[in-house]
Ligand binder design. Sequence first.
Ligand SMILES: Nc1ncnc2c1ncn2[C@@H]1O[C@H](COP(=O)(O)OP(=O)(O)OP(=O)(O)O)[C@@H](O)[C@H]1O
Length: 122
Amino acid sequence: MNFSKFLRSFTIGFLGLSHIIRSEQNMRLHCCAAIGVIIAGFVFSLAAWEWVVILFCLGLVISAECLNKAVERLADRVTREQDPLIKQAKDCGSAAVLVVAITAAAVGGVIFLPKIWALAGR
Ligand SMILES: Nc1ncnc2c1ncn2[C@@H]1O[C@H](COP(=O)(O)OP(=O)(O)OP(=O)(O)O)[C@@H](O)[C@H]1O
């Protein structure tokens, strides 16, 4: 295994992530939400399987946002002119983020709401 190549891929990935965090308000919102959810996970002492599901969802949302940004950047390189196919490509990228974000919110509701109700009912 070529370790320096592996390390280079990691570095490139982190550079991409840092670029998106700096340039995308939505990504900063997702990151803040992720930090909030992780803190809530510790507060409510989530079970191992709950952590797995929550972390998987957080990863999916952030990953979808990264891919959406990649589509936007490539589309902008193709043309800045109004183009129906570019619109569809960008809208489909946004749809991917929307679907995983709604799914993650639903999963968060299923896991956290009963715990919040239990706490409120004490
Ligand atoms: N070249 C284009 N041709 C047609 N429609 C476009 C074009 N560029 C953007 N759009 C439409 O405008 C919407 C917003 O585009 P924009 O490039 O601002 O993306 P965004 O999701 O707001 O991302 P960001 O502002 O972070 O670059 C797109 O979802 C798409 O519907």
